[in-house]
Design a protein around this ligand. Structure first.
Ligand SMILES: [Zn+2]
Ligand SMILES: [Zn+2]
Ligand SMILES: [Zn+2]
Ligand SMILES: [Zn+2]
Ligand SMILES: [Zn+2]
Ligand SMILES: [Zn+2]
Ligand SMILES: [Zn+2]
Length: 1789
């Protein structure tokens, strides 16, 4: 179908109509009409189908033009009565700007909340408002919006302080009381009312329309066409892949189109996939339904008539239009609200808004989004109507939620998600509770949706189907709503509120009753359970309800009446749950230590136990609230305590705690992981507040109300330990009992003792002990930090969060801990203040066993460091509240004393497993607690009579019959010296001391009534004695340390004296270091040059002996010896690139001989410096390969390195490597003083002669380079052609050449014979100077650089092989030179030796690699290189000097020159002078290059006072150049400025050259270059054998040079380049840095939030990712931006790395706050971002939301990784450390 054409025809038809159409006339016709509804509908019926839906595309651009003119304009004219734009502007001016911001958040936009002032965490500000608010000085939280929701600025209920930002403050003069309609004329009100009614009705009709082929009455089009759409709808069941696959089948589209369809369906909720007649569309529908109905319900597809779709499209447009209109006037907004909420003819709940809400789940996503947006802009922005809307919302609540359960869309696109906007407003929530009974409604709706119950009516999640599980997840959002309603505690209560709250509590208790006792467990004996029972659902429910339960208690605590009635209700509910406490069990009676109690038999190990006891726990919570009230103090008899039955209260919590103990004792092993997990969560910080903690409280409550002996006997009985302590000879345990049973019982006894310690000692809950609200959290922190210093986030994780996600840590942390800032790695840490350690309690109830032992170890170590004993006695607990005061009775109860005495008795015998150290430790702890209690009572009482605690005297009593042992005190005294209890000695002594103290206190108490002070001093005296002893020990330790220090000091002095010179040198930095360089320096400092004939002679030949890291054998590096190799890593690099827009080189056609000065793509070589035998390495690599193959076959896992690509890890340091560099012996050149050196001119002549081959055909390679210059490279350098070009029959050429040279070079000394000819071997064959093993390694490394650098398959015959290794050597030197400059390090002496080794071996390799290539190839290279410097007749075949990096040229020509010349001693001198000539030529060429490109265009000061020689010469040369180039260069008047340019431009080149020749010729380095500093020009020039006035190079050889200059300047490309054909590279090239990042992370988030996916038209990107190298923002990890690279689909990041980083990329994932390193397609890792919060921590994933600031040091560290080419290595290390990183599909990012 030629849709495009028909489109054009139709729109031209419309256009003519549009010319005749007048919006004003239409509007006035409507004004006259009696039935506006009918008129407007007629208009729409006529035009809408003519504009919309004329082709397959639902949203062509023609609509944008036509809709406003033909459809919207008449509406506006009708409403406003005049030119709409003008009228709207006027309205806007007269209207009071809103005091609410109301900015609706986009996906990914940053939102801010204040931790101090926000009413709840849902209160957020937009960035603008936040920056203008007081909260930016507070502790704020930053998050990214998931989309939807709006800025709460200006909402006084949302903020405790500072509700307005600067901007909205101005508007706060209260206008809300005023009726906004008063601003409008009466006329306009009437018109607005009419037109809004019609338009909104139309929109609602169309959006809720469910017929596919018919239209609502009045909208039938005059001429109905026969076109249909096959509309595909979104669901959350089918995956992207399924949809894409199905579409390709059904509508026969490409994968790309299918992806685009699927993306739109996902975004908009629907998308037409086919356009045409009914049958055509219906076919597609049938295929889609058939293809997707197999696994699940089919995709929703409808065939819809085009006019229906057209009207739906326009309906959406009208909603947007309404939003736009009301934005300009509060009055119009209110009118729309009025229209929207007005009841329709059907009465109650029939308004248009009701209709929309109730149809919400039937609408597609796009429609929902649009009308939700309108609701937010209208009803939610008008305070009056917001209330009315909230009431409607609450009325419809149950049915909306039910719809939501059946709907399969995410909640953000459901109207139910608006609850957060309504319920979080406290006054609104209160109103809805009172008027609509909202609390009860929510809870009942929730309970109704959980249908599965067991026989007792409890929830049962065991047999949930997938669908039920899905619904269970959705129904949890109701708990969120309930939380919103409760989150603000009422400040005042009305009777109605009380009534409704208690009604709500009733339904809540109904819910809790369904949970009490759910998922019970029975101990599995014999066999292991067959299937892990379901437990997660129940815990999810518990976890979700935790905050609700806490909030309920807090509501109760604000009103005494409510509290008491709630307590009663809860008590009733509890007794309903358990029909009396006996539960039908057999009653028994127990007796012990002279006491008797009636209870039941309930062995936990045999009966059902449940961990879920929310009713009991709520009661415990309410009980401590009662205890906290005044009432408890004033008139406790009014409390409803009389109905309590303490044994019933404690029964279930006790069973649960016993269950935990038995699990610990290993008795429930056969019940599997489900139980272990439940126990874990029971204690976990997320649940424990309303689980474990409350169970302890309940036991405290019970203990306070019961006889302590009775309580303990019940405890013993439930622990199934009663028989041990009640038997007559309990003091002697049966040794012959089963070992397992003994061990089990030991653990149980330990657990029971621990429980008693907790019951008595845990008093930090308000209402249990007399503590302040923050004491609790302070104590938690102390105990966490007693384990070890912790980071802020670790601490936060260990502390319970309240409903606002706050822990309260910040308020108290300063009082107990000190903060230590982090370094460049790691994070900031909190350390416990020393004075807080006295609060440490080893039996802190929230310690896990592991925590406890770690804390114990840490604390003992600390005490030892402080010179204290190792006892860890309990800290002084706070006093108990009166209601619970009875708990301490446990400590001196007879039963406990019997237990204590029994345990102590067992410990007198060292051997045997019938007691444990933990047991003893706990008993001692209990005794110590009792003593402290007695001491406290003594201290605080005025007389003896009110002291009820007489523990001291009780333990002094000898044992009663039947046992005849001594008293507990006597036992302790006898134990204190027992050798097997050495570890406990300190603690026992502490106890005994305390006994003595109390005894003294008591004596004084009775002696004098005013004993308090006195006994204090006695106590002090005891303490002092202790302290004195400790001090003495500490002093002795100090003396010992000092003595040792003094000795060491003495030794050091001696050493320094003996090595005086050495130390002076190392102390005085400015003195020239390097004694090892002093030898040549002493003779004659000028001798030290690194290039040229004046090279120092070959001194005593240094043997180089190295050790193989694999076989540990030593080996000398010799040309004929076994090859030694260095592990190396070759990679492509763009780190120095000055042109990131250049596309990557074409692997096959690229000619790498000349490097462009933009250094766009280069090859870098690095090494870890580890040396192996080549054979050892080969064996190692083969083993790795074989292992890898086996591993991949077996496990299908991959390693961090790619073996198939030759990668391996260095066997010593595990550094990523992909080849090896052979170590070659140094062939020393130089030492040629005395011989005659050829002049430059002569040398050029002879070299040209040598390389020229007059008889031969023109070499194909120069031809090719010509093509490279003039345009895109065409043909690859043909292999066969190349080798043919130097045919084996070459010798005639050669001989002729030698003759020529001989003839034309009378100087004679420079007769350079081609080596092959001299040796009489084949000319073209590789020359073997080296052993075969070395030769092999030379090929290996050369091929590796070639393969990696060009991304081609290895081919050691390719002529580009040597070129690539030369270039890599040059580039590697350049990168190192840059790093040294950037870090202001000296040129020599500061590199790690592995880098020195790497450079040396690269340089030697470069000069030897020609031996592995056909000689003609290398000679051809040299010819071409030389012709760039010495332009001759063939100069046009080489690039112009502006397109050549001179250092690369220098390196390559020096290396290739070696091949032209024989390397024996007689040729040394010529080689040396040749190097120098090449250096001179390259330097002059570079100098000219700089003068042409890098002179700033400024003719400033004229004053030329006394120009130096070099300045004048530069000036002269520059003007010469200007003349030659027809003044294409700017005019410069000062030679000084030019010389400065030349110097700074040349410096990097000279420095690189110095590094190069130093390593090539192995010359010592001058000391001047071993220090960093600015003035090194002279030293550098001298080292390079250059005059410091470089211009002399030119003028000394003026005749030769002028010819060259002429050649360079006449190159045709030079002029083109200068005229701007390509960007000019100027010198010095600045080092590349990573992009600048903003200081504040939220600026980045903001920037990313406005970034849209470049491919899917204005859609927000889900994972915006910033390239740190070039600053590009990418749409990562998404289908929309996948592209094909080398035959694979890759994500935007991977694709970007190919052009920006030659395969390597550094990114910042903005939403995740995470740095991403990518290398190639398979490698990647995440790296900590350079952003830290105030606590010195990063926030990967932005989970915590603390404000983040840039840490420059960390960013520099990342930058350095990049500049040093260590990113790939970093990835390797990360992947080795974390195997899961290997499995990630990095290429899809
Ligand atoms: Zn705002
Ligand atoms: Zn604001
Ligand atoms: Zn604040
Ligand atoms: Zn070896
Ligand atoms: Zn290594
Ligand atoms: Zn980039
Ligand atoms: Zn995208």
């Amino acid at each position: 179908m030629a849709s495009a054409e028909s489109d054009r025809e139709v729109s031209s038809a419309i256009c003519s109509e549009f010319l005749r159409f007048s919006a004003k006339d239409t509007a006035s016709a409507w004004l006259q009409a009696s039935d506006l509804h009918k008129e407007v509908y007629q208009h729409l019926a006529l035009y809408v189908p003519k504009i919309y839906c004329l082709g397959p595309n639902l949203n062509p651009s023609s609509e944008d033009l036509l809709v406003p003119l033909l459809l919207l304009a008449p509406l506006e004219w009708y409403l406003l009565g005049e030119e709409p734009a003008l009228a709207l502007a006027r309205l806007e001016n007269s209207s009071q700007p809103s005091q609410l911001c109301g900015h609706v958040f986009k996906v990914g936009e940053p939102t801010y909340s204040c931790r101090e002032c926000a009413a709840d965490p849902t209160c957020v500000l937009c960035m603008q408002c936040f920056l203008g608010s007081i909260h930016k000085e507070h502790r704020y939280r930053m998050t990214t919006s998931g989309g939807g929701g709006f800025c709460d600025c200006g909402d006084t209920e949302a903020w405790k302080k500072g509700p307005y930002c600067h901007k909205h403050q101005a508007n706060s003069s209260d206008c809300s009381l005023q009726d906004p309609l008063a601003q409008l004329s009466e006329d306009m009100v009437a018109r607005g009312y009419n037109i809004f009614s019609v338009v909104l009705k139309y929109a609602v009709d169309m959006l809720t329309w469910d017929k596919e082929d018919l239209l609502p009455p009045g909208l039938d089009p005059p001429d109905r066409g026969d076109t249909y759409y096959c509309m595909l709808f979104n669901d959350e069941v089918h995956t992207y892949e399924q949809v894409i696959y199905t579409l390709q089948k059904a509508v026969n589209c490409t994968q790309k189109e299918a992806v685009s369809f699927a993306t739109t369906v996902d975004r908009e909720g629907r998308k037409s996939v086919r356009f045409g007649d009914f049958q055509f569309c219906d076919q597609a529908k049938a295929v889609i339904v058939r293809n997707t109905s197999r696994q699940s319900r089919p995709l929703r597809v409808q065939v819809m008539h085009s006019s229906v779709v057209a009207h739906q499209c326009f309906a959406l447009r009208t909603l947007t239009w309404l939003g736009h209109i009301i934005a300009s006037s509060d009055g119009l907004r209110r009118l729309l609200c009025q229209v929207g909420l007005q009841n329709g003819p059907e009465g109650e709940n029939s308004s248009l808004v009701d209709t929309l809400m109730l149809c919400d789940s039937k609408m597609w996503k796009g429609a929902r989004n649009v009308y939700h947006q309108l609701l937010m802009n209208s009803l939610l922005m008008d305070l009056k109507y917001k209330k009315l809307f909230a009431l409607q919302f609450a009325k419809n609540y149950r049915s909306l939620q039910t719809d939501f359960m059946d709907d399969d869309h995410e909640r953000v696109v459901s109207v139910t998600s608006l609850s957060v906007q309504l319920f979080t407003v406290p006054t609104m929530a209160r109103m809805l509770m009172v008027e609509e009974n909202l609390m009860t409604t929510i809870i009942r709706t929730f309970v109704d949706h959980l249908r599965h119950r067991d026989l007792q009516g409890r929830f049962q999640f065991e047999r949930y189907t997938a669908l039920q599980a899905f619904k269970f997840r959705r129904v949890q959002s109701l708990i969120g709503d309930l939380k919103y309603v409760l989150i603000t505690r009422p400040t005042e209560w009305s009777d109605q509120l009380r009534e409704k709250f208690l009604e709500g509590l009733d339904s809540f208790l109904e819910l809790l009753k369904c949970m009490q006792g759910m998922d019970p467990v029975v101990r599995q004996v014999g066999q292991h359970i067959e299937m892990e029972p379901e437990w997660e659902a129940a815990f999810t429910l518990q976890m979700k309800l935790t905050h609700i339960i806490t909030l309920m208690q807090e509501w109760c605590s604000t009103d005494e009446t409510v509290l008491i009635r709630a307590y009663q209700k809860c008590l009733t509910a509890l007794s309903q749950c358990h029909g009396g406490f006996t539960d039908g069990k057999q009653p028994i009676s127990l007796s012990l230590a002279g006491h008797m109690v009636d209870t039941i038999r309930y062995p936990v190990s045999q009966e059902r136990v449940s961990i879920h006891l929310p009713v009991s726990r709520l009661l415990a919570g309410l009980h401590v609230l009662l205890s906290k009230t005044d009432l408890a103090n004033r008139s406790p008899e009014q409390l409803p305590l009389s109905e309590l039955s303490p044994p019933m209260l404690i029964e279930h919590p006790l069973r649960c705690l016993v269950l935990c103990a038995q699990v610990h004792a290993g008795m429930w092993r056969r019940n599997g992981f489900s139980l272990i997990n439940q126990i874990y969560y029971y204690h976990n910080v997320k649940c424990r507040v309303e689980m474990f903690d409350k169970d302890i409280i309940m036991l405290q409550v019970g203990a306070s109300m019961m006889d302590p002996n009775h309580f303990l006997m019940v405890l013993l009985s439930r622990f199934e330990l009663f028989h041990i302590f009640s038997s007559a000879d309990c003091r002697r345990r049966y040794r012959d009992a089963n070992k397992d049973v003994v061990q089990q019982n030991n653990t149980l006894i330990e657990e029971m003792l621990h429980l008693i310690i907790m019951i008595v000692g845990e008093r930090y809950v308000q209402g249990v002990g007399q503590v302040e609200a923050s004491d609790d959290i302070r104590r938690e922190i102390i105990h966490q930090l007693s384990i070890r210093p912790m980071a802020h986030s670790e601490l936060v994780k260990a502390l319970p969060e309240n409903e606002n996600k706050e822990t309260g840590l910040e308020r108290v942390i300063g009082s107990v801990a000190l903060f230590k800032k982090p370094g460049v790695t790691g994070r900031g840490l909190y350390e416990l203040r020393p004075e807080s350690t006295k609060h440490f309690n080893l039996y802190f109830h929230h310690y896990s066993r592991a925590d406890q032992s770690k804390a114990e170890e840490a604390q003992r170590k600390l005490r030892k460091q402080n010179g204290e004993d190792s006892a860890l006695p309990p800290p002084c607990p706070p006093p108990l509240c009166p209601l619970l005061a009875g708990v301490v009775g446990l400590l001196q109860s007879d039963v406990l004393l019997a237990v204590v005495s029994a345990v102590l008795q067992w410990t007198t015998e060292p051997s045997g497993g019938h007691w444990t150290e933990s047991m003893l430790q706990r008993v001692l702890h209990l005794v110590a607690m009792a003593l402290l209690e007695e001491k406290q009572q003594l201290e605080s009482s005025s007389g003896d009579d009110d002291i009820t605690f007489t523990f001291n005297s009780k333990i002094s009593r000898p044992g009663e019959a039947p046992s005849t042992s001594g008293s507990i005190l006597a036992l302790l005294e006898s134990l204190q010296n027992a050798p097997h209890l050495e570890a406990h000695k300190d603690m026992i002594q502490w106890v005994l001391k305390m006994v003595f103290t109390i005894k003294t206190m008591r004596e004084q108490h009775t002696a004098s009534t005013s004993a308090v002070n006195a006994c204090g001093s006695v106590e002090e005296a005891v303490g002092e004695r202790d302290q004195a002893e400790r001090k003495r020990k500490a002093e002795m330790a100090r003396l010992r340390r000092e003595k040792v220090m003094a000795q060491m000091c003495e030794m050091q002095k001696h050493f320094i004296n003996e090595n005086k010179e050495l130390f002076q040198q190392s102390h005085e930095d400015l003195d020239p270091p390097a004694p090892e360089h002093s030898a040549p320096l002493a003779e004659d400092p000028e001798v030290l040059v690194c290039v040229g004939p004046r090279l120092p002679g070959p001194g005593p030949r240094r043997r180089q002996v190295v050790t193989c890291i694999l076989c540990q054998e030593e080996e000398e590096v010799r040309a004929a010896g076994r090859a030694m190799v260095l592990a190396a890593f070759v990679q492509r690099s763009t780190v120095l690139s000055k042109n990131r827009t250049r596309s990557p080189p074409d692997p096959e056609h690229h000619d790498p001989l000349f490097m462009h000065p933009d250094l766009a793509f280069a090859t870098h070589t690095a090494s870890c410096g580890h040396i192996m035998h080549a054979t050892c390495w080969q064996r190692y690599f083969e083993a790795v390969q074989a292992k890898e193959q086996r591993r991949q076959q077996r496990l299908r896992v991959h390693t961090s390195y790619d073996v198939e690509n030759g990668e391996f890890l260095c066997p010593l340091c595990e550094c990523l490597s992909n080849t090896v560099i052979p170590l070659l012996p140094h062939t020393h050149s130089g030492g040629a003083q005395g011989t005659i050196q050829p002049s430059l001119e002569a040398w050029i002549k002879s070299s040209c002669h040598q390389t020229a081959s007059p008889a031969g055909p023109p070499s194909p390679v120069p031809d090719q380079s010509q093509q490279t210059q003039s345009g895109p490279p065409s043909a690859p350098p043909d292999q066969s052609q190349l080798t043919q070009s130097g045919p084996p029959s070459a010798p005639p050429d050669q001989s002729q050449l030698t003759q020529d040279v001989g003839a034309s070079a009378p100087e004679g000394s420079s007769v350079d014979l081609p080596i092959a000819a001299a040796e009489g071997s084949s000319v073209d064959g590789p020359i073997s100077l080296f052993s075969s093993s070395l030769q092999g390694m030379i090929t290996t490394f050369g091929t590796a650089t070639y393969k990696v650098g060009l991304k081609v398959h290895p081919n050691d015959q390719d002529p580009r092989v040597p070129v690539m290794s030369w270039a890599s050597c040059a580039y590697t030197i350049q990168t190192i030179e840059r790093l040294l400059t950037d870090e202001e390090k000296p040129l020599f002496g500061s590199l790690p030796c592995r880098q020195d080794d790497c450079l040396s071996s690269l340089a030697r390799f470069g000069s030897a690699c020609w031996t592995a290539a056909p000689q003609t190839t290398v000679q051809t290279h040299f010819t071409r290189l030389l012709s760039a410097l010495v332009p001759g007749a063939r100069a046009t075949n080489t690039p112009c000097i502006l397109d050549i990096d001179m250092f690369h040229l220098l390196v390559s020509s020096v290396f290739s020159y070696s091949s032209v010349h024989k390397l024996d001693q007689s040729e040394r001198c010529s080689l040396g002078s040749a190097q120098l000539h090449l250096l001179h030529l390259a330097t002059v060429a570079h100098l000219v290059q700089i003068l042409i490109t890098s002179v700033p265009d400024s003719s400033m000061d004229q004053e030329e006072v006394c120009a130096s020689e070099e300045e004048e010469m530069t000036f002269h040369l520059y003007n010469d150049l200007r003349t030659r180039l027809d003044s294409a260069l700017p005019e410069v008047s000062s030679g000084w400025q030019l010389w400065r340019c030349v110097q700074s431009g040349l410096l990097p080149f000279l420095r690189s050259a110095a590094i190069f020749f130093h390593h090539l010729n192995a010359v010592e380095t001058p000391p001047e270059l071993h220090v960093a500093g600015p003035d090194q020009w002279e030293a550098l020039c001298s080292y390079l054998s250059l005059p410091s006035n470089l211009l002399q190079l030119y003028y000394r050889e003026r005749s030769v040079m002028e010819a060259l200059l002429q050649g360079w300047c006449s190159h045709p490309n030079l002029r083109q380049t200068l005229q701007g054909a390509a960007p000019l590279i100027s010198f010095p090239r600045e080092s590349n840095q990573l992009i600048d990042l903003p200081e504040d992370y939220s600026a980045l988030i903001n920037q990313a939030s406005s970034f849209t996916c470049p491919r899917s038209g204005g859609d927000k990107s889900r994972a915006p990712t910033l390239c740190l190298v070039c600053g590009a923002l990418l749409c990562s990890q998404s289908y929309c931006c996948q592209t094909e690279v080398e035959g694979h689909d890759v994500g935007a990041c991977t694709a970007h790395t190919y052009s920006c980083g030659a395969g390597l990329g550094l990114f910042l994932r903005v939403r995740e706050s995470q740095v991403l390193f990518l290398a190639g397609k398979t490698k990647g890792c995440f790296y900590p971002p350079p952003y830290l919060d105030d606590y010195g921590e990063t926030d990967q994933g932005l989970r915590r939301g603390n404000p983040l600031r840039l840490c420059p040091e960390r960013y520099r560290k990342i930058q350095k990784l990049w500049q040093q080419h260590s990113v790939t290595e970093e990835i390797g290390h990360a992947q080795e450390a974390n195997q899961s990183l290997v499995g990630i599909d990095w290429q899809h990012l």
